[in-house]
Design a protein around this ligand. Structure first.
Ligand SMILES: Nc1ncnc2c1ncn2[C@@H]1O[C@H](COP(=O)(O)OP(=O)(O)OP(=O)(O)O)[C@@H](O)[C@H]1O
Ligand SMILES: [Mg+2]
Length: 377
């Protein structure tokens, strides 16, 4: 059965035609073909998941190898990560063996011809022995994958607890299965940072994955994208609306896609823009709360974020308002600026350093944060 054609604007990650990412796709595919591990990095809604999925789909089809995409966003610890990966691989093997389509939350499997692998003597069997360690289980599941499989671990930065075990098991896989390719996606934080900066005595030292950093589109690409989509869905639009959408929403593919989707469903410009901004603020709020929940002093961290939502602030002001100790404040600011990339540091001179959110979306999102909401998430 031919699958339904995906519309030009789709509010979900896509694995088919990507707009304006020819260069990035070629680069990612060449790393995968070379058997090199890669991390696809970039801000929220830049198109990391779509790029990773499109690449493994193409790779799988052109080489008749397997591609498996696993979203590990809900796995806060290595134990949960290991269970999710083992479950996903087991499920994929079973369904491929019976030649059914894999349907499971957060998992996609690409393989055009499972029959040819069976003919070549590959066994789609994963006898999963319960009771072994999380590391043992994870490594044995990965070892059961067919030759040259490419695995995507999406949102890997969420695996915050026992990063040492994650690195150790990746190291084992790196050594035991040089044919497997791994694509990590996420923000440059936590696990990814550990992978890139592994100390001399740590596993993965000297073998950091290649980095592919996705940036927002240029204004020209963003204009072409909206124009193209509007022509296809045949709505009435004005050029000034396209310019205004880009000015307000920026050039991240995700927000422009959602805007285009709503326009093509009949929403007028102002309303579509408003709906996208509301959604962007909600997403930014979830991201901030998610970060706050990893801190030992969530109340103080929220006070800090709320202070930043009022506009740019000096280090000393932030210290007094938040009540955080100097080392804690430094660490949080460093993470907000570097790893999360949601705050920028303005340094006129050494005596004149201020901090502020990178845009209005995060400023709005931080205004109404509360500790009670962390538990709701
Ligand atoms: N190059 C592209 N062409 C067309 N649509 C795209 C492109 N890149 C992303 N999109 C669309 O933008 C939205 C966001 O993409 P995606 O989920 O891949 O981004 P992401 O970086 O993984 O986001 P998040 O950080 O939230 O996980 C989706 O609706 C997707 O279909
Ligand atoms: Mg994603």
């Amino acid at each position: 059965m031919k699958s339904r054609e995906i519309p030009f604007f789709t509010p979900r990650p896509r694995d088919d035609e990507l707009f304006g990412r020819e260069y990035e796709l070629r680069r990612l595919l060449s790393y995968i073909h070379d058997g090199v591990w890669v991390a696809v990095l970039g801000p929220r809604m830049v198109g990391k998941t779509s790029l990773a999925k499109s690449a493994i789909k193409r790779y799988a089809h052109s080489t008749n190898s397997m591609g498996i995409y696993i979203n590990v966003a809900s796995c806060g610890s290595f134990g949960e990560f290991s269970r999710k990966v083992v479950g996903s691989i087991t499920n994929a093997m079973r369904t491929l063996k019976s030649r059914r389509k894999v349907r499971s939350l957060g998992v996609s499997v690409y393989l055009s011809d499972p029959g040819s692998l069976i003919k070549a003597g590959f066994q789609f069997n994963l006898e999963f022995e319960g009771g072994r360690s999380a590391v043992g289980n994870f490594v044995s599941a990965m070892n059961a994958l067919p030759p040259n499989t490419v695995v995507v671990f999406d949102e890997i930065q969420e695996v915050r607890n026992r990063k040492d075990l994650l690195l150790k098991s990746l190291w084992e896989i790196y050594n035991e299965r040089s044919d497997l390719r791994i694509v990590f996606t996420g923000s440059y934080s936590g696990v990814l940072k550990a992978l890139f900066t592994a100390g001399e005595r740590e596993a993965m030292f000297g073998r950091p994955p290649e980095q592919l950093i996705l940036t927002p589109w240029s204004t020209k690409t963003a204009e072409e994208y909206l124009l193209n989509g509007f022509e296809r869905c045949g709505i009435d639009y004005g050029y000034s609306e396209i310019a205004d959408a880009i000015l307000t929403l920026g050039t991240l593919p995700g927000w422009l896609t959602l805007y285009g989707y709503k326009r093509c469903k009949g929403e007028p410009h102002e309303r579509a823009k408003h709906l996208v901004i509301t959604e962007a603020i909600l997403k930014a709020k979830r991201e901030l709360l998610n970060y706050v929940s990893t801190r030992t002093e969530p109340h103080k961290t929220i006070s800090l974020l709320k202070a930043l939502s009022e506009g740019s602030k000096r280090w000393n002001e932030l210290k007094i308002i938040s009540g955080l100790s100097e080392p804690a404040l430094s660490e949080i600011l460093q993470q907000l600026v570097g790893e999360l990339g949601v705050v920028k540091k303005n340094e006129l001179n050494r005596a004149n350093v201020t901090y502020e959110f990178i845009n209005e979306i995060y400023r709005e999102a931080a205004k109404y944060l509360s500790v009670a909401e962390i538990k709701k998430e």
